[in-house]
Design a protein around this ligand. Structure first.
Ligand code: ARG
Length: 465
């Protein structure tokens, strides 16, 4: 039997393999809410413009409401033979309201329909991700405030570099998440134009009102070019690009959690709630959630690469290739949401081992720069000379197996006779971080101020939809 939605010129139905490769209902079913909302807006507009009767428009709206509750209560079974969400809903509408259902698709095509639905879906997903990132930032800022003065080693090349505070480190991720939210916000702004009414590709001869459907769906305006409206998937690409960068940020933090919870460093403990055991080694506390956040970056970035390849070289306007935009994006964005939630949970529960952090900051000659700076400030040495003198003092401390602040004054004076007892003030990690008061620096009072500023600034941006 040929397809009842488009099979007029077909004698035969599709091969089973044709149906398999063609059907998208297994994933575009997630668009049901958006498809129904867009159809309701379209039908109301057709009624208002006298393109269909007010009576038919009302019947269509009622039928669509029924379908919405049928889907939400799990009563409607989708059929693969009907290909996609659009035709499943339209076919159910025909069962419910009869011939009036056939008027819904006037002045519309599945091409503008799917573009509209997916824009609405991506928009709602961006709003949910924004809210999740905000909660993540709040968790980070709260923990940062708590640990504004908790000294830990800061690293470059993963070598102990200079003391920082744990709070300062956490606030770095708040900044990254803020830029991530900015990227999603930009993507949202550009995607928020309505393709509906572009029809198949060329617009329509019916006297439609595109501004009306655009307003009803809370788009900012109708898209200006009908070919672009049905052929554009920038909105998915941009969102996946924002998601990829956000995922890369999460993966960096996840990696640090893995390193810091390893007994090799022991700088951090995760709660039992975000740790798993080993089936053979009873002592293990594995940071699986952090590892999986690190790993999920792969599929998120993969979805971006995948869709870029799908879109590359596609002629205008709609091509069926574009149906491949959904699975990867839906998977990637749900992986990102899950990753953000997992990171938020880990941050809330994480407990730094302040003593070990402190010992690590003391142990790695982390205040060597403070010593060099002291030589510059107090003895007016050029920084390069101070760097060299400090290097010799560090070598002496290393040879004697002591920390910088435990190296006796005569040992230092043997290298630079003008050094005085006062130097010891700058050799403690506490004093080091306290001195870093430059804007953006790690001084506890800076961290407290920044954490408080964030906690005040972090208010939900979009209504959640
Ligand atoms: N399932 C299709 C998609 O996601 C809907 C649009 C189909 N359009 C068409 N001309 N066959 O792209």
């Amino acid at each position: 039997m040929s397809n009842k939605m488009w099979g007029g010129r077909f004698a035969d139905g599709p091969d089973a393999i044709m149906e398999d490769i063609n059907a998208s209902i297994d994933f575009d079913r997630h668009l049901y809410r958006q498809d129904i909302a867009a159809s309701k807006a379209h039908a109301a507009m057709l009624g208002k413009r006298g393109i269909i009767s007010a009576n038919d428009a009302a019947k269509i709206a009622q039928g669509l409401n029924t379908i919405l509750s049928e889907i939400e209560s799990g009563k409607l079974t989708f059929k693969r033979a009907l290909e996609d969400i659009h035709m499943n809903i339209e076919s159910r509408l025909a069962e419910l309201i009869g011939p009036a259902a056939g008027r819904l698709h006037t002045a519309r095509s599945r091409n503008d329909q799917v573009a509209t639905d997916f824009r609405l879906w991506v928009r709602a997903t961006i709003d949910a991700i924004d809210a999740a990132l905000l909660a993540y930032q709040q968790a980070l800022a709260e923990k940062a405030l708590e640990h504004a003065a908790t000294v830990m080693p800061g690293f470059t090349h993963l070598q102990t570099a200079q003391p920082v505070t744990f709070g300062h480190h956490l606030l770095a991720y708040v900044e990254m998440a803020a830029r991530d939210r900015g990227r999603f916000k930009d993507a949202r702004k550009r995607l928020n134009e309505s393709p509906l009414g572009a029809a198949a590709l060329a617009g329509t001869a019916f006297p439609i009102d595109r501004a009306m459907t655009s307003d009803a769906l809370e788009f900012d305006r109708p898209m200006a070019n009908s070919l672009d409206a049905v052929a554009d998937r920038d909105f998915v690409l941009e969102t996946l690009a924002a998601a990829s960068i956000a995922a890369v940020h999460l993966s960096r933090f996840a990696e640090e959690i893995v390193i810091w919870t390893s007994p090799l460093t022991g700088l951090l403990t995760l709660s039992d709630r975000f740790t798993t055991g080993s089936s053979i080694m009873p002592q293990k506390r594995n940071p699986d959630a952090a590892e999986l956040v690190r790993a999920k970056t792969g599929r998120i970035v993969g979805a971006l690469q995948g869709l870029l390849m799908v879109m590359k070289g596609l002629p205008l306007a709609y091509q069926k290739d574009m149906q491949e935009d959904k699975e990867g994006a839906m998977d990637a964005l749900s992986a990102l949401s899950l990753s953000i939630a997992a990171m938020t949970g880990m941050v809330r529960d994480m407990a730094p081992d302040a003593a070990r952090m402190r010992a690590a900051a003391d142990g790695g000659y982390a205040t060597a720069t403070d010593l060099a700076d002291w030589l510059v400030m107090t003895l007016k040495m050029p920084f390069r000379d101070a760097h060299h003198v400090t290097g010799r003092i560090v070598a002496k401390a290393a040879a004697d197996g002591v920390a910088l602040h435990d190296l006796p004054l005569p040992a230092m004076q043997a290298i630079e006779p003008r050094i005085t007892q006062a130097v010891y003030d700058v050799l403690s990690a506490e004093n080091s971080v306290k001195s870093r008061v430059s804007y953006g620096g790690t001084a506890p009072k800076n961290v407290r101020r920044e954490a408080n500023r964030w906690l005040k600034a972090l208010v939900p941006r979009f209504r959640s939809s």
